[in-house]
Design a protein around this ligand. Structure first.
Ligand SMILES: [Zn+2]
Ligand SMILES: [Zn+2]
Length: 368
């Protein structure tokens, strides 16, 4: 008899997640520890480099006509830093002496860009000959191995009430555009993870924890919330609670960064920002002055659609980032079932095993 198993074992390609020795963590990002590699109870740390989620909406950059398919990578706020290997990028931004624009790792992309602008005496972003010149493009992402950090503004319309869904976190919870109510010019009041409780366009009228894109860091997800109240309900995540998830927060390596608006203190690799946008300050977010900080009724604790969520996020997306230089197209194809499969979710189950698995792969340095 044929031994099918033996044949199969030899014929199978190596597992994707094990196949990236060349693309793994190079060690160049010393001091860039990664997010939690295991997470058993929320709230949880997110990866400090690489994916915190993937997109669930498509879109087009109106100026460049670049298109985005569903399944693009969404990274957290940080870059691994800019050094000599980014000289051509810095020169492209107009920094005639690129060495002036070198920035350490663990700085959010908006702050890093303004550091470059200040150091190189240039304005960023700016438009020249209808070209948008910036570290991050107008839609909020960059590089040939494209990933979003900010805005995701090309993936939803500026219209209506609550912004539509643009992505899904690795925890299976959704990310929406920046508006809580566009028609009322109302921005959401978010916790330190970047989420809040409320009704979304696809939550069937039920209050659910969800993330929003925001102008300042962490831009999407600073951690995976919410927190629990100890009696079966959920509550929002405070600045202190977020920082407690990361060894890199408050570990004494604060630096001074020089921006066009002045100098500020900055705690690298700490993705937990206070109400003033500071990774040092301790001013609690405005939402904690409201009554919207808990979600403990029956509808909020209902978990539907959770079983279908996590596998989409975790295993298919990240290996693309770390192992190859493949164009965007190959990346986007892998996440295509995400949004359709999970559209009925209310408060999703938290598949932390899947998150842990995913984060363990995800440490390739996303240089510019
Ligand atoms: Zn990046
Ligand atoms: Zn909302």
């Amino acid at each position: 008899m044929w031994s099918l198993c033996a044949i199969c074992a030899q014929a199978q390609p190596p597992p994707k997640n094990g196949g990236g020795p060349g693309g793994g963590d190079t060690g160049g990002d010393t001091g860039s520890p990664g997010g939690s590699t295991s997470c058993t109870s929320i709230p949880c740390a997110a990866a400090l480099l690489n994916d915190v989620g993937t997109t669930t909406a498509s879109g087009t950059d109106a100026r460049s006509s670049k298109t985005f398919a569903v399944g693009e990578n969404i990274y957290g706020p940080f870059e691994a830093g800019f050094g000599a290997s980014q000289d051509f990028i810095l020169e492209g931004l107009g920094c005639s002496n690129p060495s002036l624009g070198y920035v350490a790792g663990g700085i959010d992309t908006h702050t890093a860009e303004q550091m470059v602008a200040q150091a190189c005496s240039i304005t960023l972003p700016r438009v020249e000959n209808d070209e948008y010149i910036s570290l991050i493009d107008e839609c909020g992402g960059h590089t040939s191995e494209y990933h979003f950090h900010e805005r995701l503004s090309c993936l939803y319309e500026e219209s209506g009430g609550h912004s539509t869904q643009v992505g899904e976190g690795l925890d299976g919870q959704y990310i929406y555009g920046k508006w809580e109510d566009y028609s009322a010019t109302e921005l959401p009041k978010l916790d330190a993870c970047g989420g809040h409780f409320g009704v979304t366009p696809d939550s069937a009228g039920v209050r659910t924890y969800h993330y929003h894109v925001q102008e300042s860091a962490p831009f999407t997800i600073g951690c995976f919330g919410p927190s629990t109240d100890g009696s079966g309900g959920f509550k929002l995540v405070t600045v202190a609670e977020c920082r407690s998830l990361y060894d890199e927060c408050g570990n004494g390596d604060t630096i001074t960064v020089n921006l066009p608006t002045g100098s500020v203190q900055y705690d690298p690799w700490c993705p937990c920002y206070d109400a003033t946008g500071s990774s040092i300050g301790t001013e609690e977010h405005a939402v904690f002055a409201s009554s919207e900080t808990t979600c403990s009724d029956a509808t909020c604790t209902t978990s539907t659609g959770s079983t279908g969520d996590a596998p989409n996020d975790s295993t298919t997306d990240t290996p693309d980032d770390s192992t190859t230089d493949t164009p965007d197209d190959s990346t986007t194809g892998t996440g295509d079932s995400t949004s359709a499969a999970t559209s009925t979710g209310i408060v999703h189950g938290f598949s932390m095993a899947a998150i842990a698995t995913s984060l363990a792969y995800a440490m390739a340095p996303p240089l510019l």
